[in-house]
Design a protein. Sequence first.
Length: 133
Amino acid sequence: AVVGGETAQRGRMKPIVIDVPVSMRHLPSPNSRIHHMARHRSNMAAKHMAWMAWRAAGKPTASGPVIVDVLMVYPRPHRDPDNALASIKPLIDALFVGAITPDDSSKWLTFGSVTQEPGKKPYVRFTVREQPA
């Protein structure tokens, strides 16, 4: 799902909201001890889901640097904030490397809030807004 993405009057970008329906099994913790090929398969599946969500959203893009707020909803116990952000790296790569932004460097991408909530249906919501000048 997506909300916004169009350029508003006066050149300001409306917030882009993309929900990626992804199971936490596709987002292993960076501390998990799994075989490197199993991690690769999980990462590729997660990237594909994020890329499909971006396409379904109409392939929105940003014309300048953005701030990204992340909401992770899943039924399992919460991860500490560093591991939560590290576990969604495949989603970040799929959405912000040559998609919403040209790359995911600090020149283009700054993280705002990273929150986690319990819920029955797992997904990760990215809210992308223009960085103030």
